[in-house]
Design a binder for this molecule. Structure first.
Ligand SMILES: Cc1cc2nc3c(=O)[nH]c(=O)nc-3n(C[C@H](O)[C@H](O)[C@H](O)COP(=O)(O)OP(=O)(O)OC[C@H]3O[C@@H](n4cnc5c(N)ncnc54)[C@H](O)[C@@H]3O)c2cc1C
Ligand SMILES: NC(=O)c1ccc[n+]([C@@H]2O[C@H](COP(=O)([O-])OP(=O)(O)OC[C@H]3O[C@@H](n4cnc5c(N)ncnc54)[C@H](OP(=O)(O)O)[C@@H]3O)[C@@H](O)[C@H]2O)c1
Length: 543
């Protein structure tokens, strides 16, 4: 056989180019992999490949900073701040920046595993929703144009994100990850609001005995809820199918109840509808699939509303199910302490219900816990370990907890834990909600903790009791001097609840208090609070 002799090294980078010998040799190898030297000449690099080469040659353009890491910043602004950075950093900027753990990672780690092709699911960022998913898909496609070793040929087919392999799941213990849930028994629910409230918030209890799970305060609990059967049946009727139609070896009803998300409608459903329709309907479905909003109602389109919007177009149940997103678990801050009540776990869940047009819409997991699960029923669950949200190691350290609404959940857990472990540190809770007479969650318990001295201070803020709104941060400002003295004594500060407005406003109040009572300029106060964060003395669990 005619053995080919090894090719001499190809010198595409001139000797005079401003690179060290080592850099030149690496770049020559790199470029040789990108171009086709097949006798027909050199195929020029595409603009993206050129840019990738330049970026690699100049370092990858990452200074390690993440200026977009702010959950209140709109996506367009975040992407602008990430411009010119490596793809993995732009992927991070596409996420909701809440580090909420719903995807099973934090924003930084989720982007890294996607960019390393160890995670092919681009739909895990629940708070980022469709915008994040769309942006991640675009960036993922770009990933295929940035060569990694071994380098793909320029014209190689771009693999579809959906068909890319999912990295073998790391061997996580049962019940410790969304990928490996265990069954826990639902025990009970108790309404925390009294008559006259505009809210519906439940204290929910689970028995972890059979699951053998434990947790530490600050952790969250992941639950896999089931869709409402009323909604499922309306969808089956719209499809003109039968409950018993078989899909993936199960009944259609079972699949729609347990396996797929029915809200919001994914781009792939619009795509499917565009494939099986024609004319203006097809154009409309196609526009929606591409993120357009031809009729100004895109935000309202869950799966049922989509079928209603396109009457007469009836996909085959199998194709329909394939076009839907898998049902995602929901996370809840644990509001109990394993040290106080081993084997038991509680949550504090606000029920999401709203009306669009004439139709009542139900939050999946919150209404499931509020009305569709019965005592004794088993439910797939897992404990999501908190990263950077937990009691101080030293039990003597004073803590200041700020948790309006359901934000009280982890702080009830902290207080029960400090009681169970006889931790001597002082505890100060800021709680607020709409009305004192009907929205004071755990009032008896908290008052008893105050009377016993466990709760050193309890500061309350009722937003709808008076003519003017009054929030937890307003109460913080009123007691700013004492708050500053706790901080000066080394207190840790915790914030839990609404990510979009409350968390930012509370931080602003703390900065102002630091400036006023800590005798600092605003810039110095900002630096002080950011230093607290770096030292783990300012921790947030926001959603
Ligand atoms: C770490 C973490 C801890 C959490 N802890 C708690 C907790 O302790 N207690 C708690 O109650 N929640 C908590 N949450 C939020 C919880 O995970 C769920 O997001 C929440 O219960 C809603 O889920 P759902 O399935 O009921 O609603 P979904 O089916 O997810 O529906 C919610 C969506 O409905 C839409 N929507 C809601 N209201 C309206 C409206 N008025 N008009 C139009 N659209 C609307 C929004 O798009 C919203 O995202 C936490 C979240 C995280 C990430
Ligand atoms: N990601 C999700 O899917 C999801 C689901 C459910 C809830 N949430 C978020 O979680 C939050 C928690 O809901 P919740 O039932 O616990 O109560 P909430 O709606 O946050 O209300 C709790 C208290 O906070 C007050 N508040 C409103 N804006 C504030 C601000 N800027 N600063 C400080 N306090 C403020 C409210 O007052 P007023 O209402 O009187 O103004 C109320 O008194 C919701 O606001 C929502 O943003 C997210």
């Amino acid at each position: 056989m005619n053995q080919m002799s090894p090719s001499p090294p190809i010198a595409l980078i001139p000797e005079t180019a401003p690179f060290s010998a080592e850099q030149r040799s690496w770049l020559n190898g790199f470029l040789a992999g990108l171009v086709s030297l097949d006798g027909a000449g050199v195929t020029p690099l595409s603009a993206e490949q050129g840019a990738a080469v330049m970026q690699q040659a100049a370092g990858d353009g990452d200074d390690g900073e993440a200026p977009w890491h702010d959950q209140t910043m709109p996506m367009a602004e975040r992407m602008k701040l990430a411009e010119g950075r490596p793809l993995r950093r732009r992927m991070m900027a596409a996420m909701a920046q809440q580090d909420c753990g719903q995807c099973g990672y934090n924003c930084h780690d989720y982007s890294e595993v996607i960019a390393d092709r160890k995670e092919a699911r681009l739909n895990l960022c629940v708070p980022g929703g469709k915008d994040t998913m769309r942006m991640l898909k675009t960036l993922y496609d770009e990933l295929d144009k940035v060569p990694a070793a071994p380098i793909a040929k320029p014209d190689a087919a771009v693999p579809d994100a959906a068909s890319a392999p999912v990295a073998a799941a790391s061997p996580v213990a049962a019940g410790r990850s969304r990928d490996n849930p265990v069954l826990a028994a639902f025990v009970s629910r108790r309404l925390l609001n009294k008559a006259g409230s505009e809210k519906e918030t439940w204290h929910i209890e689970f028995d972890l005995g059979a699951a053998g799970l434990d947790y530490v305060v600050g952790d969250s609990f992941g639950v896999f809820a089931r869709n409402d059967l009323g909604l499922v049946d309306q969808i089956i009727a719209m499809l003109g199918a039968s409950h018993m139609t078989e899909v993936n070896g199960k009944t259609l009803r079972d699949v729609l109840q347990n396996d797929v998300s029915l809200s919001p409608a994914p781009d792939s459903l619009f795509e499917l509808l565009s494939f099986i329709s024609g004319g203006p309907t097809r154009e409309k479905a196609r526009a929606l699939a591409q993120g357009g909003d031809p009729d100004g109602d895109a935000a309202n389109l869950d799966v049922l509303a989509t079928l209603q919007k396109f009457p007469g177009i009836r996909p085959h149940p199998e194709a329909f199910v394939e076009a839907l997103e898998p049902l995602q678990p929901r996370l809840y801050s644990i509001s109990s302490s394993h040290n106080a009540t081993p084997g038991r776990l509680s949550l504090t869940v606000d029920t999401v219900r709203y009306v669009i047009g004439k139709r009542k819409r139900l939050g999946l997991a919150s209404t499931f816990l509020a009305e569709r699960i019965n005592p004794g029923d088993p439910l797939p669950v897992y404990v999501q370990k908190a990263h950077g949200f937990g009691l101080p190691q030293d039990p003597n350290t004073p803590i200041i907890m700020i948790g309006p609404g359901t934000g009280i959940a982890p702080f009830r857990a902290f207080l029960h834990d400090r009681k169970a472990t006889s931790a001597p540190g002082r505890n100060w809770l800021f709680f607020g909600h709409q009305r004192s007479d009907c929205d004071f969650f755990y009032a008896d318990e908290l008052n008893a903790m105050k009377a016993s001295g466990l709760l050193t201070r309890l500061s309350l803020a009722w937003s709808r009791d008076g003519a003017e709104k009054f929030y937890v941060q307003d109460r913080m400002r009123e007691v700013g001097r004492e708050l500053w003295s706790w901080l000066a004594d080394g207190a840790h500060v915790y914030v839990c609840g609404d990510a979009k407005r409350m968390a930012k406003d509370v931080e602003r109040a703390l900065i102002d208090i630091t400036a006023q009572f800590g005798a600092r300029s605003i810039d110095e106060a900002v630096a002080f609070v950011s230093e607290l964060k770096k030292k783990g003395r300012y921790q947030q669990d926001v959603y």
